[in-house]
Ligand binder design. Structure first.
Ligand SMILES: Cc1cc2nc3c(=O)[nH]c(=O)nc-3n(C[C@H](O)[C@H](O)[C@H](O)COP(=O)(O)O)c2cc1C
Length: 175
């Protein structure tokens, strides 16, 4: 690789990393993200480092009707698990409102292979999510990692196995 190309790569990468930001559903335009960009975001995740090639990431993509079902499930979990004294009608309504403002949600789960310590699998998935953030960012897709208490109760809805756990929801929308 020539020195000039190397310098350009370094400058471009620096700019992409430094300009990445979390963007929240209230700032999404409501336009649809191209399927190819969603594919690219998911593909970039799989280039993350991983110990012993365990490929610990388990992603599920929710859009359209399935996305609304996920929203209803999150709202149901909030109502079912929140102590009556702490329950807020606004928070309950906000769960589904936020989902309506979002084009695509990817659930972020980890598969624990037993081949490496659990923290290494979580670390590898976190690195995969950083790749997703960066790929979204350069494609003018806003995104953020959300980790509400409700995700502890999503196992059945997501069809997770005993050795898998959901660590977040990756909200995405055009900006
Ligand atoms: C593991 C993880 C969990 C997060 N969970 C939430 C969350 O539940 N709610 C939220 O508003 N932001 C969440 N965030 C996003 C942070 O709020 C955001 O990264 C932080 O404000 C820094 O902003 P930046 O991403 O633009 O640098 C999470 C980020 C990470 C890495």
């Amino acid at each position: 690789m020539s020195k000039i190309i190397k310098v350009n790569h370094a400058a471009i990468l620096k700019s992409i990393i430094e300009n990445r930001r979390s963007v929240f559903p209230k700032n999404y335009t409501g336009e649809r993200i191209d399927e190819q960009i969603i594919e690219d975001i998911l593909s970039s995740a799989t280039f993350a480092p991983q110990h012993k090639k365990t490929r610990p990431w388990r992603f599920k993509v929710f859009r359209d009707e399935e996305k609304f079902q996920l929203g209803q499930e999150l709202a149901r979990i909030y109502k079912a698990t929140c102590a009556e004294a702490l329950f807020l009608e606004k928070k309950y309504a906000d769960i589904t409102n936020k989902i309506s403002k979002t084009d695509v949600i990817i659930t972020l789960s980890v598969n624990f292979s037993g081949l490496v310590p659990e923290w290494e699998e979580i670390a590898a998935v976190s690195m995969a999510v950083q790749n997703m953030y960066l790929t979204a960012s350069v494609n003018e897709v806003g995104c953020y990692w959300s980790s509400p208490a409700m995700i502890k109760h999503l196992d059945q809805f997501l069809g997770l196995e005993e050795n898998q756990k959901c660590y977040g929801l990756f909200y995405m929308g055009k900006i």
